[in-house]
Each structure stands twice: as C-alpha cells, then as structure tokens.
Design a protein around this ligand. Structure first.
Ligand SMILES: Nc1nc2c(ncn2[C@@H]2O[C@H](COP(=O)(O)OP(=O)(O)O)[C@@H](O)[C@H]2O)c(=O)[nH]1
Ligand SMILES: [Mg+2]
Length: 250
C-alpha cells in the first residue's frame, strides 16, 4: 500500500498544469513532501503551496520568509485566502484550458479545499478526450478546471509522530502517544504557553513532561495507584489538537 499511492499522485501531476500542495499551517515543514515537489519540478509543472487551516494559527502574512516560490495562507473551512489562491492560479499560467490538481497528506484539507473552490460554479465536466478515466474535472472559472480526485500522499511508517500530528483517524492506535503529545506541547509553548495554560487551566513547567503530568493531575486522569495516567492524557491532548480545539492564536 505504501508505494501505490504514488500511482494516483503521478496521474494527478500528469493531468495538471498547476499542482496545489495542501499543507497544515501548524506544521509547515512536517506536512510538505519534498518527493512530490521534486516530481512536480521534473514534470515541468507549476506548484502552489496552499497553507491551510490558517484559522488555527496566529499570524498568516503572506510575506514572511518561507522556502516556497508560490504560497498562500488559506482556510478552506472559513473560506479565507481562497480568492487570493484563485488569482494566483490565474496568473501563474496563462494556458487555457488550465487543469489544476490537489495533492497532500491525509487530513490536510484537500477535499475541503476542492469543495471551496468548486462551490461557486459547480458545473462539472469530464468528457475531455484523453483525460484519465475515473477522474472528473470541475470548472472553477472560465477555462480553469479542477481535478476532483486529490492525490493522497502517505506517511512512511517511521513518521508516526508526523502522522499523528495531523491525522485524526487513529488516536487509539498511536504507539507512543507521549512523544506525539510532547511535540504538540512544544509547538504550542513555542507560540504562546498561555494558550495551553488557559485551555487546560494549568501552569506550564519548564519540562514538557512535567506539564503533561500537570494536565493529568488537573483532570484527575490517574492510574489505579494514583500516579498520573500519561498515556491517556497524551491521547486526550492529541485529540484536542487534531480537532482544532487548541488554537495557536490569541
Ligand atoms: N480548522 C480548520 N479545519 C479544517 C480546514 N480545512 C479542513 N479542515 C478539517 O480538517 C479535517 C480534514 O479535512 P479534509 O478536507 O477531509 O482533508 P483531506 O483528508 O486532505 O481531504 C476535517 O475535519 C476538516 O473539517 C481549515 O481550513 N481549518
Ligand atoms: Mg479527502
């Protein structure tokens, strides 16, 4: 399974003039995929980084230094930045008809973005000769079409922490929830520890391990002997994070 997903991604790249790589604003480095970026470059196609879930972060000014050529902060959920994304698509490539594909890790918001972009003009078309079977194109504006099948990139097995940080599906299956929760705590504290303190009604400690204990104690998430239940606490934190409850903005 881990290899086959490239098959769909490659097809999306092949059919597209512009590829939108959807990444999570809260973990920009971890949710971009350099292999994808190399493939797009090799195929001589244009790449846009759509930095999604920006509603969950504090600052999203488009002129901060990021290692991307074309990027735009968006929120597919709150429909922010999407008109900027539309103009970027229009300006980046003058070819018409123009095909746009969407690719990214699970749960970054690919389907939400496709829905947001197609929302206005839902006229679909798929009867393009030579267009890959099973893929549909949706008209987003005059001469611009969106491929409605997103290319899903999978994490490698060793990337459990990355996976857990953005994937809501398997909180119970995470093997080392403490490690994942500590990374999330680290991320939040780096922004503003008050966010964590207010959300869990605790005081942060200098060691994140101790902060985790504080949260367990605060909510009485204890083992039978009265020791803090770190495993359960970690899973709760991951869950809160994944559901977008822990918002990194004041
Ligand atoms: N807060 C927030 N949540 C989002 C945003 N976009 C998507 N989501 C949520 O992230 C989850 C995954 O979205 P989905 O579009 O299914 O991701 P996909 O797996 O990449 O297709 C869903 O719970 C969405 O509601 C966004 O801009 N902001
Ligand atoms: Mg999807």
């Amino acid at each position: 399974m881990a290899k086959n997903f490239w098959f769909v991604v490659d097809r999306v790249i092949k059919e597209s003039d512009i590829i939108i790589e959807v990444i999570d604003a809260r973990f920009i480095e971890e949710t971009r995929n350099k292999e994808l970026e190399r493939k797009v470059k090799r195929a001589n196609k244009r790449l846009i980084h759509a930095i999604n879930k920006s509603d969950l972060i504090k600052d999203f000014v488009d002129d901060i230094a990021l290692p991307f050529k074309n990027f735009v902060f968006i929120s597919a959920k709150e429909n922010l930045g999407t008109s900027r994304l539309r103009s970027m698509i229009k300006d980046l490539c003058k070819k018409r008809p123009l095909n746009v594909g969407v690719v990214g890790y699970p749960n970054t918001g690919k389907s939400s973005l496709i829905n947001t972009l197609k929302q206005k003009r839902a006229a679909g078309t798929s009867s393009t000769p030579g267009f890959t079977k099973g893929m549909q194109k949706i008209k987003v504006s005059e001469g611009i079409y969106l491929i409605d099948t997103p290319g899903v990139i999978h994490y490698r097995l060793e990337d459990e922490a990355h996976q857990a940080i953005i994937n809501t599906k398997d909180v119970n299956k995470i093997k080392d929830p403490e490690a994942v929760a500590l990374r999330i705590i680290d991320k939040i504290v780096a922004e503003d520890q008050k966010i964590l303190e207010d959300f869990y009604n605790i005081k942060c400690k200098s060691l994140h391990e101790d902060t985790l204990r504080e949260i367990a104690l605060r909510f009485n998430w204890l083992l039978k002997g009265g020791e803090p239940n770190i495993d359960m606490t970690a899973r709760r934190i991951i869950n809160d994070w994944q559901r977008g409850k822990l918002i990194i903005k004041s």
